[in-house]
Design a protein around this ligand. Structure first.
Ligand code: AMP
Ligand code: ZN
Length: 119
């Protein structure tokens, strides 16, 4: 069923606690944890507890949870005190755009100058 945990999904295992992560925030619908290979001083991933392969499928099935992700991303930025200097929320979608984990996630990046457009 849509949204059900997937046995072979790394981020479902982080949600369940089977794989450890440095969790910075949790809500009823989301978990936020530090990226294991940070690309900026603040690099946090915000994920839905439910499994959807990407942001678009999450938004189509559970738009309120997609909104929760954006709200939690802002709270992460405020918690790391990068909100005043600016931060970026990125949803890589598809292998061609760099998506490697097919459980929807927002990257929250900040704490250094961020170039635009990204590579
Ligand atoms: P993406 O390439 O957009 O799919 O992003 C996946 C992100 O997950 C990458 O930035 C990885 O560094 C990160 N990542 C992979 N494994 C872990 C892990 N066990 N804990 C935290 N972050 C991870
Ligand atoms: Zn998953």
């Amino acid at each position: 069923m849509a949204g059900e945990p997937q046995a072979d999904c790394l981020f479902c295992k982080i949600v369940s606690g089977e794989v450890p992560a440095t969790v910075v925030r949790e809500s009823e619908t989301t978990v936020a944890f530090r990226d294991i290979n940070p690309k900026a001083p603040t690099h946090v991933l915000v994920i839905p507890r439910a499994h959807y392969p990407d942001a678009a499928s999450l938004a189509a099935a559970e738009p309120a949870v997609a909104a929760d992700i954006l709200r939690e991303a802002a709270a992460v930025a405020a918690g790391d005190q990068v909100d005043a200097t600016g931060y970026r929320i990125v949803f890589n979608t598809g292998a061609g755009a760099g998506q490697t984990v097919f459980h929807a996630h927002a990257h929250v990046l900040g704490g250094r100058g961020l170039e635009w457009p990204p590579g």
